[in-house]
Design a protein around this ligand. Structure first.
Ligand code: 13P
Ligand code: SF4
Length: 322
């Protein structure tokens, strides 16, 4: 509609004027992902978002995603202005892992290496030895395990259990979860598989173990898109945020993509399988974030001492991933 087109035009103008680039996650709405692509920004998983923002020559980054993604960008690029469409877009994993109690947990096991998921606050990252995203978590834990390290893992218990099972590593687990992936249901998925016998099941490892067990491929958002592109199946049942369908369908245009069930009866529901915080990244919010008058409501700041402490485990991950 006209209002949306006007908003897109204004965003494009402001991106140019402010030497800014839009960095979006696969879970944002399709029109936001399309705009990021159209304007020379990027659409990717959380690891690639961090890398793209760090390496881009723009003065300003607009991070369309959730708060930890904006913070990660600021930690990696302190010289850049990092803006977010809304500072209220958080993540249940971040909320469920407050620094005080997490720090006590770590203090109680000083002989353990602390590995935290990227979906955490800057303070929790600063307490960690390693930060990982879902696309690199398995390899990093495998590496640490091969060195005989005992591991504290936080905050996603499902991702942690999956990694512990795959690697055999000894891991003490924080008990957090993603409210979106936690809703996928194994029983209903088994029923849905019967209706689509040729379909492969693609699962993000933030899903419960019973759902991961039914998967033909388990991986981060970018790894699931790759799987849809490269596997021979004509259909895929996908257990992750439905925002991923935009890029997945582009990558696999002839394949049928089906949402994994979040309800108990095999039905999908409209309010499920979509992160409420990712959904806050609308066109109007992006436009507002770029208006200089409104900058104070959109800018990400990280205390410099905290930033330097959080940078170490983040750099460790980025150097490992090279
Ligand atoms: P990815 O690193 O796979 O993009 O996941 C980020 C996320 O928040 C998943 O819910
Ligand atoms: Fe956090 Fe889950 Fe939303 Fe990802 S989908 S940002 S893990 S709440």
């Amino acid at each position: 509609d006209i209002e949306k087109e006007q908003s897109k035009a204004r965003i494009k103008q402001l991106l140019k004027e402010r030497n800014a680039v839009l960095v979006a996650h696969y879970y944002t709405d399709p029109e936001i992902q399309a705009l990021a692509e159209e304007t020379g920004g990027c659409v990717s998983d959380s690891l690639e978002m961090a890398r793209f923002g760090r390496d881009h020559s723009a003065k300003t980054l607009i991070v369309a995603g959730v708060k930890f993604m904006g913070e990660t960008s600021k930690i990696l690029s302190p010289e850049k202005t990092v803006l977010m469409p809304t500072l209220d877009a958080t993540c249940s994993l971040d909320i469920g892992c407050p620094i005080e109690t997490f720090s006590e947990f770590c203090d109680a096991h000083p002989d353990h290496t602390v590995v935290v998921y990227a979906n955490t606050s800057a303070a929790v990252k600063a307490r960690a030895d390693w930060v990982v995203t879902s696309s690199i978590a398995l390899e990093i834990v495998e590496h640490l395990d091969s060195e005989g390290k005992k591991i504290i893992w936080g905050p996603d218990r499902h991702l942690g259990s999956y990694i512990a099972k795959e690697t055999g590593a000894e891991m003490l687990m924080w008990q957090g979860e993603c409210i979106v992936h936690d809703e996928f249901k194994a029983k209903a998925l088994t029923e849905l598989k019967k209706l689509h016998p040729t379909a492969a099941v693609l699962v993000h490892p933030e899903s419960p173990a019973s759902v991961v067990e039914l998967a033909d491929a388990v991986g981060s958002t970018s790894q699931l898109i790759k799987a849809a592109q490269t596997m021979d199946n004509d259909k895929f049942i996908v257990a992750t945020d439905r925002g991923i369908f935009y890029k997945m369908q582009q990558a696999a245009p002839n394949k049928v993509l089906i949402e994994a069930p979040t309800g108990g009866n095999g039905a999908t529901c409209k309010s499920c399988a979509h992160c409420p915080w990712m959904a806050m990244n609308g066109l109007k919010a992006i436009e507002s974030s770029l208006e200089i008058d409104a900058q104070q409501h959109h800018e990400i700041f990280v205390d410099e001492n905290l930033r330097l402490d959080a940078l170490k485990p983040l750099d460790r991950m980025l150097n490992f991933a090279k």
